[in-house]
Write a protein that binds this ligand. Structure first.
Ligand SMILES: Cc1cc(-c2ccco2)c2oc(N)nc2c1
Length: 158
């Protein structure tokens, strides 16, 4: 029998092209004021990958052509019951031109110049694994924007 806390399935897609990463500044809603990859909820009737590709197109105007699973993060907020189950993808190729949306900007950052102090606090822990081509799984407990507990491992697959 399924036990434990409710999981909320979310996607996160990072476009990494050589030595640059496409990030968006979230203009409103959850994560507002932070740079992040593109993603969000998975809708009924779509796969997790389809959901990730849909969110990328809605938020940044591009269609990734080689998206692949890279990791899985579980996030919880102290005092909240739901655990966020974030499926992380990366892509290096896309069709179209990155285009700002109502939700997100589209900005390229050099891999050595990522704005970690304006990103979620977990990113600085798993981005190095993402960028070296590895896979990862992690769990982070947040209190507001701070990490109060967490574990992260490099894995053989996503
Ligand atoms: C708590 C939390 C949530 C998300 C998220 C929401 C939707 C997709 O991802 C994060 O993304 C990153 N990079 N850190 C994150 C922390």
């Amino acid at each position: 029998a399924a036990s434990g806390r409710p999981l909320k399935l979310l996607t996160l897609l990072l476009v990494v092209q050589g030595d640059r990463v496409l990030l968006g500044m979230k203009k409103r809603g959850f994560g507002m004021g932070k740079y992040n990859g593109y993603g969000g909820k998975v809708e009924a009737g779509e796969t997790v990958l389809e959901g990730a590709l849909r969110e990328l197109h809605e938020e940044a105007g591009i269609k990734a052509t080689d998206a692949t699973p890279r990791g899985r993060m579980l996030f919880e907020f102290r005092g909240e019951e739901t655990v966020m189950d974030v499926r992380v993808f990366s892509a290096s190729a896309f069709e179209g031109e990155p285009t700002e949306s109502e939700e997100m900007t589209t900005e390229w950052f050099g891999v050595d110049k990522l704005p970690f102090d304006r990103m979620w606090a977990d990113d600085r822990h798993w981005f190095p694994i993402l960028l070296d081509g590895g896979f990862f799984r992690g769990y982070f407990e947040f209190e507001k924007d701070k990490i109060v507990d967490g574990v992260l491992e490099r894995t053989a697959d996503a």
